[in-house]
Design a protein around this ligand. Structure first.
Ligand code: AMP
Ligand code: MN
Ligand code: MN
Ligand code: MN
Length: 277
């Protein structure tokens, strides 16, 4: 039986495995179709495809785009994109540039708290100097013993409202969906249960997403508790959206759901993979 995992990260963004190691791990753990969805970057896809042939696994070209919507950061996954599409690449390059500027500001905030060397430390942990993430700062803080784990790094320093958080205006929802559509892909709201939106605002988001041509929302994801699977399955049904499933795997040490351990979609969902080419 097919086993889809449509959300994962390699070292081209804030995962720790190379695309080849990621694909090998997914295949060994029973995933038969994997989407590599690095944050704001598609450079890992070439190596992932080569590994996918070797490991007899289907590799779906993906990306996870950082978006600002009404003051909230959202993540929109693009599936089955053509990575070379110019509008998509132009948009992603702009986001990566903004990430680098934000990283310098975050480092200045750490300096002000007498925690030096964070930019160099984060860059050392980022295999792709073009894609610097809060995750790399968090790993550096753990490595230095400033905090005991990743979650403490976000709780104390990097999370929204914490002293080293630097707000960034990411892509607009409309732009992200336009880039994905113009590259032939399907748009998916990543881990909707993670956003601090009440039900009314969640409905506004999903209505707008659906009007803009969005295809699906993640129903089964590591970010959701089992009781949220039903809640988001119902949202999907209400808005005529398909349902996606992905581990959001980042690292063997840090990920809540390893490959091959995702539960099935709740009954009644239209799986987004039925819409993939
Ligand atoms: P960025 O896109 O650079 O703002 O970083 C966001 C990334 O940080 C997410 O994609 C997650 O991988 C990671 N992240 C966010 N919150 C947490 C948390 N509380 N604990 C661990 N990792 C987190
Ligand atoms: Mn991440
Ligand atoms: Mn995400
Ligand atoms: Mn992700």
């Amino acid at each position: 039986m097919a086993n889809f995992d449509l959300h994962s990260h390699s070292c081209y963004s804030d995962g720790t495995l190379t695309p080849a190691a990621l694909v090998a791990r997914a295949a060994q753990r029973g995933v038969t179709a994997l989407a590599l969805t690095d944050h704001d970057c598609t450079d890992g896809l070439v190596a992932a495809h080569i590994a996918a042939v070797e490991h007899h696994i289907r590799l779906i070209d993906g990306v996870e785009i950082s978006v600002s919507w009404r003051g909230h950061t959202l993540h929109i996954v693009g599936l089955d994109i053509v990575p070379t599409a110019p509008a998509l690449q132009g948009g992603l390059a702009a986001i990566r540039g903004a990430r680098s500027a934000r990283a310098r500001e975050m480092a200045a905030a750490f300096d002000a708290m007498e925690i030096p060397g964070t930019l160099a430390g984060a860059l050392r942990l980022a295999e792709n100097p073009e894609l610097i993430s809060r995750t790399h700062f968090a790993r550096f803080l753990v490595q230095q013993g400033v905090v005991k784990d990743m979650s403490a790094a976000f709780r104390r320093f990097l999370g929204a409202g914490q002293p080293c958080f630097v707000a960034l205006e990411w892509a607009s929802l409309a732009d992200a969906l336009r880039w994905i559509e113009s590259s032939g892909g399907l748009s998916v709201v990543a881990h909707p249960g993670r956003y601090p939106l009440d039900t009314a605002l969640m409905r506004e988001l999903l209505a707008e997403f659906s009007d803009l041509g969005g295809a699906a929302i993640e129903v089964v994801t590591s970010s959701h508790k089992p009781q949220q699977y039903r809640v988001f399955a119902e949202h999907a049904r209400h808005f005529g959206l398909a349902a996606s499933a992905g581990s959001d795997f980042h690292s063997p040490q840090e990920s809540y759901h390893d490959f091959g351990t995702l539960p099935a979609l709740p009954s009644g969902c239209v799986p987004v993979w039925e819409k993939l080419q």
